[in-house]
Design a protein around this ligand. Structure first.
Ligand code: NAD
Ligand code: 89V
Length: 349
């Protein structure tokens, strides 16, 4: 398949510009139309990115004009929009959070799988340059079999001005940020079963939690801690960096501020600085996230063209969203929850 794949982007809101910039760098694909139920937003984005068409209804998916759709709307709209794409057999990349709860995630996966329409979740933290480098070091065996990890996202930026829906989201911190950490935990340490979690509501007036501490037991018996907070004061704040450490039987990787890795192995340590690519359209403080978007989208297109599995396929992402669901259930009950019971029917609840 050599022709350029033609895409529709739905959702011309806050983050869409990053995806549209990234599509201009993606080989083998181009966005030929944008859609937003707010026609002015759609028109504005089409004009800014010189995209030939804009629409104010996703029903345009029935036109047969698109080889894929990029859904960049908020999670409560995903089931309906993915179902529309599946009905018209248009492959999908859909932004995180995939859906608000595991039951909805499972319905979407079943519907798309039954129809044989490929769906990928746009989960880009694992496509950040620093985490691709960490994965390389782990694959080299330099620090040995993993035993412990910590992934930490703690800052107090005003995320609400750009993303006001977060003020009203009942399942906020784990679904908005924790989901990135849970996917990273699976990417780095492998699948997990046991989940224990405490949530906190620190900032007054929010509908949901703005801090959570999650403990995971991975299938390789490693444990990891995920701690996320939008109520943690650091000056300057480390947004949007994920900090932490990864321990193995022969060494450790520390993930420090300013995109620095410190690798401890063979009795010594070395520092590596993994700077995000300067793409001209990226800008602090979002650079590290923005830089991951072209890699994420290129992976989607390459896998779509070759027919290979997406790293973050909807089906595989069930294991990530099961961890989030288990975290909420643990926080509600005070119990350790086996997340495998939420995605693997062979693990009886
Ligand atoms: P937003 O609310 O600013 O934009 C969503 C847009 O979709 C709005 O313009 C809205 O009018 C439109 N829309 C909603 N339903 C529609 C429908 N049925 N048909 C057509 N248009 C519709 O949201 P945002 O902040 O851009 O976030 C979108 C998603 O991206 C969220 O799920 C968010 O979590 C995610 N996000 C991801 C990253 C990242 O990749 N790291 C960063 C920020 C946000
Ligand atoms: O990157 C994101 O997914 C955003 C953020 C975590 C920055 O709030 O929603």
């Amino acid at each position: 398949m050599t022709e350029i794949l033609k895409g529709l982007l739905i959702g011309c809101g806050f983050f869409a510009r990053n995806q549209l910039h990234a599509w201009t760098e993606t080989e083998g694909a181009a966005i030929v139309a944008v859609c937003d139920r707010d026609a002015q937003r759609a028109r504005r984005h089409a004009d800014e990115f010189a995209i030939p068409a804009w629409h104010d209804t996703a029903e345009v998916l029935s036109s047969g004009a698109f080889d894929f759709v990029d859904i960049c709307t908020t999670m409560e709209t995903h089931e309906e929009l993915v179902a529309l794409a599946v009905r018209h057999r248009v492959p999908v990349i859909v932004q995180k959070p995939f859906a608000p709860d595991i039951e909805t995630c499972r319905r979407i996966v079943t519907h798309a799988a039954t129809a044989g329409v490929p769906v990928m979740v746009h989960e880009n933290f694992r496509f950040q340059k620093i985490f691709r480098r960490i994965r390389e070091i782990l694959d080299s065996g330099e620090i040995g079999e993993l035993t412990f990890g910590r992934l930490s996202w703690r800052n107090a930026i005003d995320v609400y001005s750009n993303q006001p829906y977060l003020l009203k989201t009942r399942r906020f911190m784990i679904m908005d940020v924790g989901i990135h950490m849970l996917d990273l935990a699976r990417f780095l340490f492998g699948n997990a079963g046991g989940v224990s979690c405490f949530t906190q509501s620190v900032k007054p007036g929010l509908a949901g939690e703005d801090a959570a501490t999650i403990l995971l037991r991975h299938e390789n018996q490693a444990t990891s801690i995920i701690d996320v907070s939008y109520a943690s004061h650091r000056f300057p704040n480390p947004f949007p960096q994920t900090l932490g450490e990864i321990e193995g039987r022969q060494g450790t990787i520390q993930i420090l501020e300013d995109e620095v890795l410190v690798v401890h192995s063979r009795g010594e340590q070395r520092r590596e600085r993994i700077e995000a690519d300067d793409r001209g359209w990226t800008a602090a403080p979002w650079t590290q996230i923005q830089d991951s978007v072209p890699r994420t989208q290129q992976h989607f297109i390459d896998a779509l063209r070759s027919g290979s599995d997406f790293e973050t396929s909807a089906e595989d992402s069930l294991k990530t969203y099961a961890l989030a669901e288990a975290a909420y259930r643990s926080a509600e009950t005070g119990r350790v929850i086996d997340a495998r019971t939420l995605w693997d029917t062979s693990h009886a609840a």
